[in-house]
Ligand binder design. Sequence first.
Ligand SMILES: Nc1ncnc2c1ncn2[C@@H]1O[C@H](COP(=O)(O)OP(=O)(O)OP(=O)(O)O)[C@@H](O)[C@H]1O
Length: 335
Amino acid sequence: MPRDDISPSQSAPFAAHDLPQHAVRVKGLEKTYGGRGRTPAKHALKAVDLAIPRGSLFGLLGPNGAGKSTMINIFAGLVHKTGGTVELWDTDIDRSPRQARASIGVVPQELNIDPFFTPRALLEMQAGLYGVPPRERRTDELLATMSLTDKADAYARSLSGGMRRRLMVAKAMVHDPPILVLDEPTAGVDVELRRQLWEHVQALNARGTTILLTTHYLHEAEALCDEIAIINHGDIVACDTTPNMLRRLDSKTIILNVQEALTAVPATLTPYDAELLDAHRIAIQYHRSTSPVAGILEAVGAAGLSIADVSTREAALEDIFLQITAEPDAATAAA
Ligand SMILES: Nc1ncnc2c1ncn2[C@@H]1O[C@H](COP(=O)(O)OP(=O)(O)OP(=O)(O)O)[C@@H](O)[C@H]1O
């Protein structure tokens, strides 16, 4: 979006002193989209509180329609909130909208790149839209950071999907914002390109850029992000450091494959959270900290069963996500 009213001198303060503790601070953020005709109003964000530490690589996870894009679009000035406050790099988006928006670069979901521009021309044009004077432009540096130097003067249409994504990241960084937001950047991107993109994003983070990303790839958020917030039906349902989030769900599942055909869970296993998956498989959930495996195996032996095979399953972030977002929201279900 063209913003010729933003000069780099207004852009985020990078001076060593006075750096904010939180890159993004959201309090009581509300968004209700007005209804039209037969379409009812939609309460998309419900009193959301969120604090993203400066320098973090922060993941915002949620199913389709949870409110992720609405929040990002409010940050970017594309959607007007209906309540609450947002501070970007310690700047309130209502009080100083230009300065606040100069603090962030947003990489949207769609790859809307003009195929007849070269990456260099595109970055120069974007810098011009942000009012960055030619001597302060970082076009070559950004091209190098995103491994696009070789393609600097090639038509964008000749770039691969991965290169286009990286060009979008470079485009979001022309005004040197301290916060970079990536909205579902890996949707439809193959494994290798995804890995490359994450390497570039991690490199930016290592240089001090605070990164906020939304993704459906939960294992990636687990691997990449230091902190994760889970949003569902416009509510933040969990927010914690990644290790704490994993610790929250300390449960593990042991699956016993027995030789005998069963019709019910044996009585000796009733003290445990056991479930008959089929005639030969029993799943037992337990908390790692209670270490009941020896007791479980003893109970199976006492029931006269012979174990053919044993497997276990760790709780992944995906399990946490499913557990936390499983409860249906009556209002949404009715909508
Ligand atoms: N312009 C709009 N007018 C009315 N309702 C909207 C509008 N934009 C989004 N919504 C609704 O607000 C809710 C949140 O949408 P949003 O796009 O923020 O979710 P999301 O988490 O980004 O989902 P996705 O992963 O599918 O992009 C959804 O129910 C959506 O249908």
